[in-house]
Design a protein around this ligand. Structure first.
Ligand SMILES: Cc1ncc(COP(=O)(O)O)c(C=O)c1O
Length: 359
């Protein structure tokens, strides 16, 4: 295979090289079908086998209990920002949201259109450098929404807040499968695929069955989670190729030793990178250490005028997509499951060299 770059993009993000090679190899004839997965009828036996195997592997990787349904939907994580209140805020009509950065703010802006939304915890005043110190949960809320890993601010919840009997709904787009979680701690988990799962165009939803009581009247059919669950995520043609690639990523994860093994690797990668940042006055990460993301590491140069030079010299070495999100600027390295320690080491070596020359 041709030389692949170290791609630090936040998403769509790097996929494991072994998965890319496997796609390449079996594209013309997948599983003896004589066609690629993207050419298969979603209702035929060939694709059904792929779809079922992907779900079974995800269930095994995350130890998903039997009373949770797994859905493979379209519309990205953003579609869920409206799907959630339309489907879940149908008791009191009230929902609590925790604001910890860019993506939870997006979920809040959309959620407000469809339910009585209350911000029950807020990191805005500390500029999203740590998770909220306290919460003001409404025991009558239909759910509490959290974003356990904020992709842009690089903020991670060390522990979930205690919401009592109110189900936690979590946007795990940038953290799913990066470390073990107890699915039972959540009523619903959703994740856009394009970071730790596969290609964009797919959003995975893991939802406790008793929460599937039906969407409120007027909800578009495709946004009705109960109807989607009843139709095996096939109310219409699902994103078949993305589903197939997700299945290959799940197989790869199992071969790597599962989520536990990934967490061990991810901690080593994060320690290496944060160590390089903290060990110098030239680089800075503003997030308090206990709340730092293992997946997305934003950092700033003491002299921001050097940023463009940093990115361009990095690019020349095959270290790609290191610009921070336009909402916060600076730099950011996303180091999802597919990024090996070797890639992070190459970045850290470059950072040390850059500092030597310009520090
Ligand atoms: C935490 C989080 N939530 C939601 C989204 C939006 O995802 P999508 O573009 O799939 O709608 C992103 C995208 O980067 C994200 O990181």
């Amino acid at each position: 295979m041709t030389q692949r770059a170290w791609n630090f993009s936040a998403g769509p993000a790097m996929l494991p090289g072994a998965v890319i090679e496997r796609i390449q190899e079996e594209l013309p004839d997948t599983n003896g079908s004589g066609m690629s997965a993207m050419e298969m009828s979603h209702r035929g036996a060939d694709f059904r086998h792929i779809a079922e195997a992907a779900e079974a592997d995800l269930r095994e990787l995350m130890a998903i209990p039997d009373d949770y349904r797994v859905l493979f939907l379209q519309g990205g994580a953003t579609a869920l920002f409206s799907v959630l209140p339309l489907n879940l805020a149908n008791g009191s009509g009230r929902a609590d949201y925790v604001r910890t950065g860019h993506w939870s703010s997006k979920a809040i802006a959309e959620g407000r259109r469809f339910c009585q939304l209350h911000i029950a915890g807020d990191s805005e005043e500390n500029e999203y450098t740590r998770v909220p110190d306290d919460y003001d949960f409404d025991p009558g809320a239909d759910y509490v929404h959290v974003t356990p890993n904020e992709t842009i601010h690089g903020l991670r919840f060390p522990d979930l807040p205690d919401t009592g009997a109110v189900p936690v709904v979590a946007d795990l787009s940038s953290a799913i499968l990066s470390e073990p979680i107890n699915v039972r701690d959540y009523g619903l988990i959703y994740a856009g695929a394009q970071k730790n799962i596969g290609p964009a165009g797919l959003c995975i939803v893991i939802v406790r069955e008793d929460l599937l009581t039906g969407a409120r009247e007027g909800t578009p059919a495709l946004m009705d989670l109960k109807a989607q669950a009843g139709a095996g995520s096939m109310l219409n043609t699902p994103p078949t190729f993305a589903w197939y690639v997700a299945g290959l990523v799940f197989q790869w994860l199992k071969a790597q030793g599962g989520v536990e093994a990934m967490a061990h690797r991810n901690r080593k990668k994060a320690e290496l990178l944060y160590g390089a940042i903290d060990g110098s006055d030239f680089y800075r990460n503003p997030v308090v250490p206990a709340c730092r993301s293992l997946m997305n590491v934003p950092f700033f140069l003491a002299d921001s005028a050097l940023e463009d030079r940093f990115k361009s010299e990095a690019r020349d070495l095959g270290l790609l997509t290191l610009g921070g999100h336009r909402a916060v600027g600076g730099l950011r390295a996303s180091i999802y499951n597919a990024m090996p320690l070797e890639g992070v080491q190459a970045l850290v070596d470059f950072m040390a060299d850059f500092e030597r020359r310009y520090g």
